[in-house]
Design a protein around this ligand. Sequence first.
Ligand code: HPA
Length: 245
Amino acid sequence: MSLAIIGGTGLNTLAGLEVLASHAVDTPYGQPSMAIEEGVYGGRKLLFLHRHGGRAQPIPPHLVNYRANIWALRELGAERILAANAVGAINAGMVPGKLVVPHQLIDYTWGREHSFDDGSSGELLHVDFTHPYDGELRDEILGAALAVGLPHVATAVLGVVQGPRLESAAEVRRFANDGCDLLGMTGMPEAALARELAIPYAAVCMVVNAAAGVSEKPISMDDIRQTLLQETALFGALLKAFLEQ
Ligand code: HPA
């Protein structure tokens, strides 16, 4: 079983996934967000996990058990992880209708269980995170987007914020000064945990709003939900193209 999809806000289910089995996995770090679905999508087998959980009450970004999620996916044989993130955009070139494949990130999260290293391994582990996303997986995603003519942006810096609240306008100016193009709440520690387990990981970002203060228009959850419908359809099209390559 090679590919695992981690769905974010709006991707509670993978529309069109023919579920063959549902795996309730226990890990040394506790329970993942939900029982992980194994199924067929676009003619290929894959694993699907919704990071906010398959329950009525969604798990907020700061309370997701990222360690259990990544560990459980590895237990089930995930060899690559493609993660979807709903994000706000700072960069004016990144708008709904264009999927964004970030190449870099800045981690602003705090207080999350962010490593499998509990000091018991007997050695100091400093994983290389120069390039947080897997280059080959990114190339394949971008190749698929090009092959089917899906509007996309091929590089971006994702700032990962703690949430669950949105940012102040001044915070967004600071993140822009730092070089962030996008802001999301769930990209970390997920990417780093995948790296610790040496699982190639890449992300596809769905822009659902302009970041705070970037646009005159107030950010509304209703608008975000509406935009997500269109963005998740684009993500599905990209995933099909990716699997058909
Ligand atoms: N900021 C941070 N995370 C987000 C946003 C945002 O504006 N929109 C969706 N996730």
